[in-house]
Design a protein around this ligand. Sequence first.
Ligand SMILES: [Zn+2]
Length: 378
Amino acid sequence: MTAVRYGLGDTGPAIAEIRTKLTLLGLLDDTAPGPSTFDHDVEHAVRQFQQERGLTVTGVVDTTTYRVLDEARWRLGDRLLSYVVANPQAGDDVLALQRRLCELGFDVGQVDGVFGARTGEAVRELQRNVGLTPDGTCGPSTFKALDRLAPIVTGGRPDSLRASEALRRAGKRLSGKVVVIDPGHGGDDSGNVGNGLDEATVVEDLATRIEGRLAATGVQTYLTRGPGSDTELDEHERARFANETGANLVVSLHVDAHHNPIASGVATFYYGGNRPGTTSAIGEQFAGLIQREIVARTDLVDCRTHPKTWDLLRHTSMAAVRIELGYITNESDAARLADAEFRDVVAEAIVVAVQRVYLPSGEDAPTGVLHLQDLAEA
Ligand SMILES: [Zn+2]
């Protein structure tokens, strides 16, 4: 898909289409045939939509917003749903299907609105249970069965309970775990720049420091791109890579920027939106641990953790987090980022957070005191 970017003042058929979609979602009240200008009302509606969906709120329809806007039109039953390996179906109907399967006690993995292999398996399982041909395709008879069945799981979050249980069963040893480290940007895309630094180089170096430490604890580590690699990967390609490795966790590394040089601090993001039942429980926990460890060991400002539906977080089938480690445009954040010792401290914080994910609560040592030697013996 070619890059999309529509904003204030743009006109044409694409804008008319965007207005129609926003109207269908009740965010705009155009009467047909509507105007075809991207005005302040559209901008406001787009912001509201981005806020609701956990996207970055810009008021601009970029490629991701455009796609999510398109996904929002589907209602359960509008189309056949099945697992398409090369290009998985995504939309609000898939999300509704996953929620329903979850209530019925089937394991769909993350409720993310993407019809992946596990959703397909859950559909087969349902079909076997109700005596339908287990072909994994949701058509009229499967929709009917979904309507008919009463939920067997009430209260709580069956998906997060299942995720926590899987985590507990995985054991607390780091050895045998697989972690994907994803240094953002690369190739011709150097990411954010400022104070003589560029984001791509900083996160590349940090990634190799994390990789070395994880390897020492027995974790198998994959990098989405090596230092100095000249390939540009989009978020989908990075997610696909992570899924292919069968990783337990994904850590994506970025450095933020702002036109105001005062903006500073570290924030960590996990999969989740404002719609109920869509948050990755393990992702949220992992993000919280990373944020805590980094804040405890450095003097970066704590910009907290936040749910987002960014592509890498959504299309990965395991818990994934994205760290925005300081602002490259802030003089003192940049000075820290330039310091090799600081990068080592952050790398250690991240490795300790990885271990803490697997430590059953109660055995969890207080933040900031666990060292790598302890982990190797755990
Ligand atoms: Zn970045």
